[in-house]
Design a protein around this ligand. Structure first.
Ligand SMILES: Cc1cc2nc3c(=O)[nH]c(=O)nc-3n(C[C@H](O)[C@H](O)[C@H](O)COP(=O)(O)OP(=O)(O)OC[C@H]3O[C@@H](n4cnc5c(N)ncnc54)[C@H](O)[C@@H]3O)c2cc1C
Length: 212
């Protein structure tokens, strides 16, 4: 069983997205029952396809369908791009803090920065159970992201959550912070940032929680 799936969608009449925005995928059963879930865009706006990264939750209604049933060439009903707050404009310095699949919109920001030749604007710290479970691990490491692993050591870093000591060297005045992950991760990470002295108004949060 795949743990996750990357979907690359050729969206008809597409409106170009901004890094950080998401799409809603809607499934409709033969009896008319529908289920819809949000998925962040991983690709940079310039990419002709819209790339989504979906983690497969064993008891998940929509993620199991997308991971197990959908095949190349299938048609999906999508709506987007959505979101006006959790977006990076490609100009301002930012600190990206992601947990698990919460790294997906941050990857779109890093890819956008790379396309603009402005990798210097972004700093990133991400948290994952193990490196093998981190979406886009190679790309994040290549972009210089600090990677914290909670279930295994990573390099000289012991297993554990991100700490203030991890974030201090990445923080610079003037940055906007983008925090994305589960509700628990988002809460803990934004609290860390505010404790570091970052004004709460400069912290933008996206929570991927249950969205039944
Ligand atoms: C703005 C936004 C962007 C998102 N982007 C992504 C993305 O890029 N990639 C991605 O994989 N997901 C993303 N999500 C989460 C996604 O929308 C779904 O919630 C997720 O795929 C689970 O849906 P499901 O139908 O498979 O599970 P459900 O049938 O809804 O739930 C199954 C079980 O899993 C629990 N659960 C639901 N959601 C989660 C979760 N996110 N983490 C842990 N447990 C959960 C439920 O409580 C339930 O017990 C995003 C959510 C939001 C709000």
């Amino acid at each position: 069983m795949p743990r996750a799936v990357e979907l690359r969608l050729d969206v008809a009449d597409r409106v170009q997205h901004l890094a950080g925005q998401h799409y809603v995928v809607r499934l409709t059963a033969e009896d008319g029952y529908t289920a819809q879930r949000s998925y962040s865009v991983a690709s940079a706006p310039g990419n002709p396809l819209v790339e989504l990264f979906v983690e497969r939750l064993d008891d998940g209604e929509v993620s199991t369908f997308l991971a197990d049933v959908v095949e190349p060439g299938d048609r999906l009903e999508v709506r987007g791009p959505i979101g006006g707050w959790f977006v990076w404009d490609g100009e301002r310095p930012a600190l990206l803090v992601g947990g698990g699949t919460g790294v997906v919109p941050l990857v779109a920001m890093l890819r956008t920065a790379r396309e603009l030749g402005r990798g210097d604007l972004l700093r990133a710290a991400v948290s994952t159970r193990t490196l093998a479970e981190l979406p886009y691990a190679d790309e994040l490491l290549e972009a210089g992201a600090l990677v914290g692993t909670t279930r295994e050591p990573h390099g000289v870093r012991p297993a554990g959550r991100l700490t203030a000591a991890d974030l201090v060297p990445l923080w610079e005045p003037g940055q906007t912070a983008y925090v994305c992950g589960s509700a628990g991760f988002a809460e803990a990470a934004s609290q860390l940032l505010v404790e570091l002295g970052i004004p709460a108004t400069d912290v933008r949060v996206e929570r991927f929680g249950a969205s039944g």
